[in-house]
Design a protein around this ligand. Structure first.
Ligand SMILES: Nc1ncnc2c1ncn2[C@@H]1O[C@H](COP(=O)(O)OP(=O)(O)OP(=O)(O)O)[C@@H](O)[C@H]1O
Ligand SMILES: [Mg+2]
Length: 314
């Protein structure tokens, strides 16, 4: 549905996108994640035909995004990260204006506006002035506008930026609703956890390079190389410290963090059975254990690891 092939974009001599390849299947939510300046908006602008790529190509439904094909405008709904609003327009007037831009016949517009207000649960702000909307309301009105022509593909550039936690949840729910309606969705954010739960696939971009992409679990798996365990003890921590030093000397554990009654360490072999062996040895050393468990690396750890690795390679 959405494809980027060796997409490269220079702004003068600055390379903002470097040989980007990605593929988003019909009906999927693709979470596009990267820190500030990573190239998310640049990619999105190429996909929406606002920027021409320097090299490579992008297609939506087989149509070249750089072609300016009218059909693309009808197939794609795009919500920019920052969109201006015309002062003195009520929400319904703003939507009516865009209905006209999409050449939706006059007699269909009321129904069309009511439909998008209903999808975005924004009926009550219909008569509010655009400039008087809170950030959360404005984003909903912007999303309503994006859906007026019932596009098959919806591209949202940081729709949750600047929203409070409740509004963020609402935006996530809205994105899920769009998926249920059968739409293909690309949504960007600089926060991985924001999108992980709702995305079928994610792509992590930094400095114009797509560092990882795939299902959330695959990307997590790829970058979770170390097996880290945590042991909480009830007995004398000096004894445990000593045991840990010994295990470290023997290369059985690495990167030990000693927090007194809690130790965290890496099993260098990455084998569960070696973690079990450590537990056995701790018990043999008469250390009373409260808990012993693997440390799950969370999404933010993965994100930091992915982007750090990239930084170290340079
Ligand atoms: N019109 C432009 N002219 C020159 N450089 C640009 C232009 N637009 C973007 N850039 C640069 O290209 C890089 C990528 O920018 P882009 O806006 O795509 O990043 P982003 O991932 O959307 O970041 P953010 O999270 O801040 O929105 C940045 O270093 C930015 O400074
Ligand atoms: Mg951006």
């Amino acid at each position: 549905m959405i494809e980027c092939h060796n997409l490269t974009k220079y702004y003068d001599k600055f390379k903002a996108l470097d040989d980007l390849n990605l593929s988003i299947a019909e009906g999927e939510i693709f979470g596009f994640i990267g820190p500030n300046g990573a190239g998310k908006s640049t990619t999105i602008k190429v996909l929406t035909g606002l920027l021409q790529p320097t090299k490579g190509s992008a297609t939506i439904n087989g149509l070249d995004c750089a072609s300016g094909a009218k059909e693309l405008r009808y197939q794609v709904g795009y919500m920019p990260d920052n969109f201006g609003v015309y002062e003195g327009l009520k929400v319904w007037e703003y939507l009516d204006f865009f209905c006209a831009a999409y050449k939706i016949p006059k007699k269909e517009r009321t129904e069309c506006i009511d439909r998008v207000l209903d999808i975005t649960s924004s009926g009550r702000i219909k008569d509010f002035y655009m400039e008087a909307l809170s950030k959360g309301m404005k984003q909903k009105a912007g999303l309503a506008k994006t859906l007026l022509h019932d596009p098959a593909v919806v591209i949202l550039d940081e729709p949750s930026s600047g929203l409070d936690p409740r509004a963020r949840i609402e935006m996530r729910e809205l994105i899920k609703k769009l998926k249920e309606m059968g739409k293909t969705i690309m949504v960007s954010s600089h926060i991985l956890t924001e999108l992980a739960e709702i995305s079928d696939q994610i792509g992590i971009i930094e400095k114009g390079v797509l560092l990882a992409s795939g299902k959330v679990s695959e990307v997590m798996g790829e970058f979770r190389q170390e097996l880290r365990y945590e042991v909480e003890i009830l007995s004398d921590s000096k004894r445990a410290s000593k045991a840990m030093s010994l295990f470290t000397e023997k290369g059985m554990v690495g990167d030990v963090e000693d927090l007194g009654s809690l130790f965290s360490f890496v099993i260098p072999s990455g084998e569960e059975k070696d973690a079990a062996k450590i537990l056995e040895l701790l018990i043999k050393n008469k250390i009373i254990i409260k808990s012993y468990r693997p440390v799950e690396s969370d999404l933010e750890d993965v994100f930091l690891k992915v982007t750090n690795q990239h930084g170290n390679e340079e």
